[in-house]
Design a protein around this ligand. Sequence first.
Ligand code: AMP
Length: 288
Amino acid sequence: MEILKDIDGIRSARKGFETQTTGLVATMGYLHEGHLALMRQAKRENERVVVTIFVNPKQFSPTEDLSSYPRDLDRDLSLLRTEGVDLVFVPDVETIYPADFQTVVSVTQVAKPLEGAHRPTHFDGVTTVVAKLFNIIQPTRAYFGQKDAQQSIVIKQMVRDLNFALEIVIGPTVREPDGLALSSRNKYLDSRQRAAATVLVRSLRAAETLWLSGIRNGEALRAQMMETLSSEPLANPDYVSAADPETLVEFEDSIPVKSGVLLSMAVFFGHTRLIDNFLLSSNPETSQ
Ligand code: AMP
């Protein structure tokens, strides 16, 4: 497994495998099974797998957890070796953002609501770094998790708008046995908060049950999620949403028969903010 820190190194490594398909998994490290599942999928579908580990300062606001974001590069690298990853790109901040860096890649509409409304600078940071990583690595396919549903939608929009010549593949959310979605930030939870954090998936399931019983009303789905969340004293909801899965526009009341719905939420436990979502299809066979 090759480990590279600089862009020239990547460019010359790429010359050796230009004719091979390459799958990219971009991460902020502190790897868990959610990341590893994306890498395994990338390995099945491509001849080479490239992983990037970069805690991107531009996607954190000044009040967020950049300095405390969990890091363990040695452990990450040994997991990546076990997975048979071919190349790891671990750039320094100055490599990605030299002192005279001036460009912002900004998706204007689907980046606005939900996470974008609560973290106004977040997606500009994500799309700027992901555009750079696409240009540096030039993968055939790039893998992202359904866990960050809006991020996947924003990146797909950027790829279409800027004509990146690659395919975006979305992998399913990987969960703990009790349903909590895996996240590097779960590490921040104390034992009481960790037990309480299953309320995210419980409230998504409660709204899913309504959906499967035929309820097609955005407000009713949000109310159900909010009601379940409010049963948990340690949970402090930031938002709940029942939105159009393509435009992310909130469904106010009735949801068109043919439309699916993206149920999503962000919930604080103390200072730790967790997100989760279910993508429900109008055809229950294909819901996630
Ligand atoms: P991060 O390191 O949090 O930036 O995540 C890197 C990639 O892994 C993103 O595409 C995430 O959506 C994805 N990811 C994170 N957690 C999970 C999970 N529990 N299941 C599936 N994918 C995930």
